[in-house]
Design a protein around this ligand. Sequence first.
Ligand code: TNX
Length: 537
Amino acid sequence: MAPTPARLWRSRPARLTAVAALVLGAGVVALTTGARTAPAPMGEVLPVPVSVRPAADASYTLPPDAVVHTEAGSAEAAKVGAYLAGLLRPSTGYALPVVQDGEGRGVSLLLTGADPVVGSQGYRLDVTGEAVVIRARTGAGLFNGVQTLRQLLPPKVESPTAVPGPWTVRGGRIVDYPRFPYRGAMLDVARHFLPVETVKRYIDRIALYKINHLHLHLSDDQGWRIAVDSRPRLAAYGGRTQVGGGPGGHYTKAQYREIVDHAARRYVTVVPEIDLPGHTNAALASYAELNCDGRARPPYTGTDVGFSSLCTTKEEVHTFVKDVLGEVAALTPGPYLHIGGDEARATPTARYAAFMNRVQPMVAATGKTVVGWHQIGEPGVRHQEGRVLQYWGRTGSDPLVAEAVARGARVVMSPANRAYLDMKYDPETVPGQKWAGYVEVRDAYDWDPGSHLEGVPASAVLGVEAPLWTEAISTEEEIEYMAFPRLPAVAELGWSPGATHDWAAFARRLGAQGPRWAVMGIDFHRSPQVSWDEQGD
Ligand code: TNX
C-alpha cells in the first residue's frame, strides 16, 4: 500500500528505493506487485492527444544501435534530436548518435510532411514495426512529439542509470496539437528564494506535460530576486530576506539568462514578473526615495499582503519603474512582461489607474506584451494593445474581467480554487495554504477554461497557468508534492480538446504516471481520488 500522503512528501528514502530497485535490475522490478509489463497502449498519454489510431499488431522496439535521424539541414530539428538522445541515453545505455540525414531506421524527427492542422506546436507521430517518425512544422512541435514518445516508452526510461529494456512502443498514429497556445506554471521565487538548479529541474518536469511558459514571480514584499544594474541595492539589499527570515538570495543576470536558456532548449518561454505598485516592500526598503515620506521601509519577512505601495505620484518612481522594466525586458527573449498589479490595497484607486496607464505603455515601449493579474482590468486602466489579464478569482463571473475582454484583453485562467498549486489538497496536507479552499486533483481537473468565466469566451482565453506561491512552501520536495498530480491536470486542460474532458479517463491516465514519477524521484501526492499504478516494468 502507498504510504500516507503526509509522510510521503518528506520521504527522501522513497526516492532512493525506487531508483535502487531499478539499478538492481529486472529481477527486483518484477517482484513488485501489480507490475505492468506490457508497453503503454497508444494514447495513454497525458495530456490526452487529439487523435489516436492504434495499429493493434504493430510495435517498435528500440535496438541497441538505434540512430536518431533529423531533418537534413535543420539546426532546429538537430537540437530536438540531441535533446531526445540525451533523454534516452542514461536509461537505455545506447549510444544513440544523432544524424542530420532525414528519415531513416530508428527515430526520425522531420520538419516536412506534417498535416497543416498540427499548427505551430503540434506534431504527428507514426510508430510502425520498422521505425518511429515524428513530423511537425516547428521545433516546438517536434519537441512536443518527443514528450509523447517519452510517455509511450516504459516509465523506467526516466532512470538516471542504465536498466534493461526492452524499449518498446506500441504501433499506430497520433495527430496532436494544443487547444490553447499558452500553458503555464508559475514559481514564486520571492517569498522563498529558489536556487537556479531547482528552477531548472521544475522546467524539465513541466516540459513533460507540454507546458510551454514559466512565469517567475521575481519581486515581492519579502524579497527582490533579480539583479538590476541601475539599482544595485534591489538585489544586494532587497534580496537578502525571505519569509521566516532565511538568507534569501537573487539571480545575477548571468543566472537569469541560464534559466532562460535552459527553458528555451525545452521550448519553454520565461515570463518575468515585477509586481507593481503593491507587493513592493523589498524595493521600498532598498531605496528610500520610492516612499512618499522619503524614508526606507524596514525589511519584511512575514506573510501579510496588501500593505506596501510605491509612491506612484513621484516622478522618480516612474523613472525607477522604466529602468527596472527596461533591464528585465532586455534580459528576456520571450514576448511577455508581467507587471503584477494585484492586491494594491495601499494604493488609492485613482492613483492605481493613473500609474498603470503610464506603466503599460512603458512595457509596450520595451517591445513586450503586458501581462498583469486581473486587477489591471480596473475600469480606469486603459486597454493596451494585446494585453493579457491573469484571472485568479474564485467565482464564475467577474464584471471587471468581462469588461476588459470586451475592450480587447485576453485572459490566462488561474482560478485560485482550481489552479493554485499552493492550496492544500486536504486537511492533512502539511505544506501550503487554504484561503481558496482545499484543492484535490479532481478540483484541479474538473473545470473548463473556455467557459469558466461569464463574458470570457474560449476565443478570448490565451491559456491556463498553475501558480505556486511560496509563503508556506520552501523546499523542492514540497514543490513537487504540491505540483504533482495537479500540474498535469491543468496541463491537460490547456492542451487537450474540450470534447475529451472525462474525469474517469483522465484519472486512469494519471494513475499510470505514478511509476514514472517514482523513477524520476518525484514524491507526489497519492491522491485517494486516483488508483495509482504500482512501480512496473
Ligand atoms: C494571493 S494570487 C496573492 C499572492 C499570495 C497568494 C497566496 C495573487 C495575485 N496574489 O500575493 O502569495 O494569494 O496563495
